[in-house]
Design a protein around this ligand. Structure first.
Ligand SMILES: Nc1ncnc2c1ncn2[C@@H]1O[C@H](COP(=O)(O)OP(=O)(O)OP(=O)(O)O)[C@@H](O)[C@H]1O
Length: 263
């Protein structure tokens, strides 16, 4: 049996003493190199779960262990990319990534190595030609690419993506999904991605974790995707396995766990 890499164990999150917990007993074991998507209706607690894994929010009960070490605070081994790019506006694209390098992995590198590592990560997201621009001079999709480069530059054990493509138009989104698939294939990074988008979850993931509605949310079902990689969005559009997986997730969200007002 493959060893658990990221172990989310019986996580309960309660924001106030009198209220019901938002999450009530989330258990998830992620293998190294696995791409896991977490999907569920708005407000079910997806970001809350990601924040617990990131170490940004303590679990009320239960906890998270990454490669044998308990998560108690944020750290570069769990780099997060949020929906709204959080680049520093007064720094260039290069400087935004370089800052992360200098503050994390770069401590053990020479100046020239830090420069090369920064450029390598910018190249990975195809931002080399825009390295000297500032955030206001690049598009939303480019900003997300820089955010991904910055996260990868920390050499994280787990890349945590919180709706990273949520604010982008459909074509830019598709382009970025393809790039993330390519990066995942090349680097073998373990990824946990929050999404609302069923097609995105099926296209990118090895497993889809479907959450029940909150409060008291937990994992309702987990779907294993045996679609071979590399995956091609056009070929998959008519692939019976892709369509069956898509339908299974849609049925979970809109039949078994439809929101009360639309049920
Ligand atoms: N700091 C907080 N204090 C109190 N309640 C919170 C806090 N953070 C989140 N919540 C509540 O917890 C619930 C889950 O929120 P969360 O953002 O995790 O959901 P989500 O599934 O990520 O939603 P969405 O898909 O809309 O982003 C919501 O009811 C939210 O109001």
């Amino acid at each position: 049996m493959e060893r658990t890499f990221l172990d989310i164990s019986r996580v309960v999150v309660r924001f106030s003493a009198g209220a019901l917990p938002v999450l009530n007993g989330v258990d998830l074991k992620v293998k190294q190199g696995e791409y896991v998507a977490v999907i569920g209706h708005s407000g079910c607690g997806k970001s809350t779960l990601l924040n617990v894994v990131a170490g940004l929010l303590p679990a009320t009960l239960g906890g998270v262990v990454l490669e044998g070490t308990e998560v108690n605070e944020p750290g570069p081994d769990r780099a997060v990319v949020f929906q709204n790019h959080s680049l520093l506006p007064w720094l260039t694209v290069y400087e935004n990534v370089r800052l992360a390098v200098d503050r994390t992995v770069g401590r053990s590198m020479s100046r020239a190595e830090r420069d090369a590592w920064t450029r390598e990560n910018l190249a990975l997201v195809r931002m080399t030609d825009h390295a000297q621009k500032r955030p206001h001079e690049i598009s939303g999709g480019m900003k997300q690419r820089v955010g991904i480069a910055r996260a990868l530059a920390m050499r994280p054990k787990v890349l945590l993506l919180d709706e990273p493509f949520g604010a982008l138009d459909a074509l830019t989104r598709a382009h970025l999904q393809d790039q993330v698939m390519d990066i995942h294939a090349r680097l073998g990074t373990t990824v946990m991605m929050i999404t609302h988008d069923v097609d995105e979850a099926v296209l990118l993931s090895d497993r889809i974790v479907m959450m029940t509605n909150g409060p008291n949310a937990a994992i309702g079902e987990v779907l294993d995707l045996d679609l071979p990689r590399p995956r091609d969005r056009l070929a998959l559009a008519s692939d019976a396995r892709f369509l069956a997986a898509r339908e299974a997730v849609l049925r979970f969200l809109h039949e078994r766990h439809a929101l009360p007002e639309v049920a």
